[in-house]
Design a protein around this ligand. Structure first.
Ligand code: GAL
Length: 644
């Protein structure tokens, strides 16, 4: 089996004169593009007034793109309800945590709990499906656009408040059960009826964490339910793949749950925007990679979304030049657009679509680069995209293989530690990402695994950082697994109801260990480890009769080990993780690769890809790889097939 990934682009025919469409389509195919995604924001042109449809322009756009040889990824336009929808449903707006409605005038202003709006979404999805799904040109369907972007999962609207009460009543049945589960005797918070329960915002001081955690679960479930309405409608009409385009570092809903109702996962990759806008890296790191993006952030999301799509995934939007939304928006180094594309393929992407075809001349994103400039002439990305198109059409790529290393990623743990960080710097995404990044620097490929996995397969090493609460499946998987497991910090430290386990954490079968106290550390308060590096942010005091395989310099256990189980009693910094992982990989006989700083190794079954994110040329295997260069090697012959 081989992979033949394809390229595509996001296009908005409704933004450009119809006379230009055919030329755009011809240029897309000439550039080597296969896919074009359209439609996802076009509701006001499809249905300008309620019930009054204008399909004619979209019919002609579909026909023009399709007959030019492009395959259409059709978006349902539900992320941008037109203004008349708000007049029809004045209570459809999402509310922020301060209790303010989020107004019309951009996008995603709807509350996911609004039943009337959900019905309207079902209707437009059904109408679009009925009109276009049967066409050969139409390849797949994107439902909505980027759930969670612009903070749009948690809504504190009156509609959400009522839906939350119903959700709680279904979950607990009796109010006493809820009072017990939430521990409401604390501060006299006991409720007499479900209808008394409000949302956990606008409280005088922090709300009860069990209350917040249920609200987070509810909000995630509402996202799943919102998506499923359209998925169900489209399933009745077509068996073409259903897709959603997720985002970078959004953890407010469980992507595995949404993904279970879809066929392909995709995400929107803006490497430089993300490094500026949502990274914990220090300033010198951001400076070094300002025109490249973080060498691990893209791969991490590629691997997450491969798991969310159960193997099928792609990049729905790829940054082609400066974006408009980060604090600073430099241009990428020459070569990056090609590097990002190749990196996605090396992690198994079926497609990479560039966002957007032509830079808009009006509206919020007029300063966001496109493949074409606002005047319709090529931007610097064109040459690189053309090069990638030629490269992928000339070769068959080997598929991915299962990695010997698996890393658990759990959205509910992100909610839990967001609810109760216990220190300003404790962040679940950051914790898992730092584990991932430390392994990638040692040349390892890592599979991301969901938290309810019941079998770790033939892997050699499983990592479970910060999993707030055990579930039966993972416990079974841990018992049956013969490879090594590294657990913690903070894993198993709460019950599902958000209580401290009576016997004290971490409650790991086969490991006699109790966390007796925890502390969070100031940025200047790192605790050195005897093997190199330090604990940062979080550290635990433990009681154990098991062997201690690493101590901190203040003479407390740092790693407790028994058989294949290893427990980390803190959050190691980059040097600490490097030392701990090197030792573990050596003991497991897994090869460690000495890579220059910005270089990463991407392992496929028959190929290896090297990417150089550094702004300087680097040496790999005795030959120079230029800044922003890629090198693809065939494993069987050792031959370099794609250079520089
Ligand atoms: C994505 C979004 C696109 C566009 C893009 C700009 O978040 O899906 O519609 O806004 O960002 O970078």
């Amino acid at each position: 089996m081989t992979m033949s990934p394809k390229l595509g682009v996001c296009y908005y025919p409704e933004h450009w004169p119809e006379a230009r469409w055919a030329q755009d389509a011809a240029q897309m195919t000439a550039l080597g593009l296969t896919y074009v995604r359209i439609g996802e924001f076009a509701w006001s042109r499809i249905e300008p007034r309620e019930g009054e449809y204008d399909w004619a322009w979209l019919d002609r756009a579909v026909e023009t793109l399709g007959t030019a040889g492009l395959q259409i990824m059709m978006g349902t336009p539900t992320a941008t309800p037109p203004r008349w929808m708000l007049a029809k449903f004045p209570d459809m707006l999402a509310y922020d945590a301060e209790g303010h409605p989020r107004g019309f005038g951009s996008r995603r202003h709807y509350c996911l709990s609004h039943e009337g709006y959900k019905d309207a979404c079902a209707k437009i999805a059904r109408d679009m499906g009925a009109r276009y799904a049967h066409l050969d040109y139409v390849h797949s369907w994107q439902i909505d656009n980027e759930y969670g972007c612009h903070d749009t999962i948690l809504s504190y609207s009156p509609v959400a408040a009522r839906a939350f009460q119903i959700w709680l009543e279904t979950k607990y049945n009796a109010i006493d059960a809820l009072n017990t589960a939430w521990g409401n005797v604390f501060w006299s918070m006991e409720y007499g009826a479900f209808s008394d329960i409000g949302l956990p915002n606008l409280t005088v001081t922090e709300p009860n964490p069990s209350h917040v955690m249920d609200f987070r679960r509810f909000s995630s479930n509402q996202t799943v339910a919102f998506n499923k309405v359209q998925a169900d409608v489209l399933r009745e009409i077509t068996d073409k793949p259903l897709i959603h385009n997720y985002m970078g570092r959004i953890t407010e809903f469980d992507h595995f749950d949404v993904g279970a109702d879809l066929d392909i996962a995709s995400w929107d990759s803006y490497p430089m925007g993300f490094l500026e806008d949502r990274s914990d890296r220090p300033e010198d790191f951001k400076h070094a990679y300002q025109r490249q993006g973080d060498p691990d952030f893209q791969a991490f999301h590629h691997d997450i979304y491969r798991a969310v799509g159960q193997g099928r995934w792609g990049v729905m939007e790829q940054q082609p030049g400066p974006v408009n939304w980060a604090p600073h928006n430099p241009a990428p180094l020459p070569g990056l657009v090609r590097l990002w594309s190749w990196e996605a393929f090396a992690h198994g992407a079926e497609f990479v679509n560039y966002f957007r075809w032509r830079q808009a001349r009006s509206g919020q994103e007029q300063m966001h680069a496109g493949v074409l400039r606002p005047d319709g002439e090529p931007s610097p990305a064109v040459a690189e995209i053309g090069q990638v198109a030629k490269e992928i059409s000339a070769l068959e790529l080997s598929p991915l293989q299962e990695s010997p290393i698996g890393l658990i990623f759990d959205y509910a743990s992100a909610w839990a530690w967001d609810t109760q960080p216990q220190g300003a710097d404790f962040d679940y995404f950051r914790l898992v990402f730092e584990f991932y990044s430390a392994l990638r620097k040692l040349g390892q490929s890592v599979d991301i695994l969901p938290p309810n996995i019941s079998d770790f397969g033939d892997r050699k090493l499983i990592l479970i950082p910060g999993l707030f609460c055990w579930n039966d499946s993972i416990k079974r998987a841990m018992r049956a697994f013969e490879g090594r497991i590294i657990i913690g910090p903070r894993s198993g430290s709460k019950t599902r109801d958000f209580h401290i386990p009576e016997a004290l954490p971490p409650e790991i079968d086969g490991l006699e260990l109790k966390v007796t106290a925890v502390e969070t550390l100031r940025p200047s308060g790192d605790i050195a480890l005897e093997g190199g590096g330090a604990f940062q942010i979080w550290r635990e005091h433990v009681q154990t009769s098991e062997s201690v395989s690493l101590m901190s310099e203040d003479k407390r256990p740092a790693v407790v080990s028994k058989g294949n189980l290893h427990y980390l009693c803190g959050w190691p910094n980059a040097l600490g993780l490097d030392a701990i992982f090197k030792r573990q990989l050596n003991e497991l006989g897994l090869p460690i690769y000495a890579l220059p700083c910005g270089v990463r190794r991407h392992d496929m079954s028959g190929h290896i890809l090297y990417t150089n994110y550094a702004a300087t040329p680097e040496q790999i295997d005795g030959t120079v790889l230029r800044a922003a260069g890629v090198r693809l090697i065939q494993k069987s012959s050792g031959k370099i097939i794609i250079k520089e």
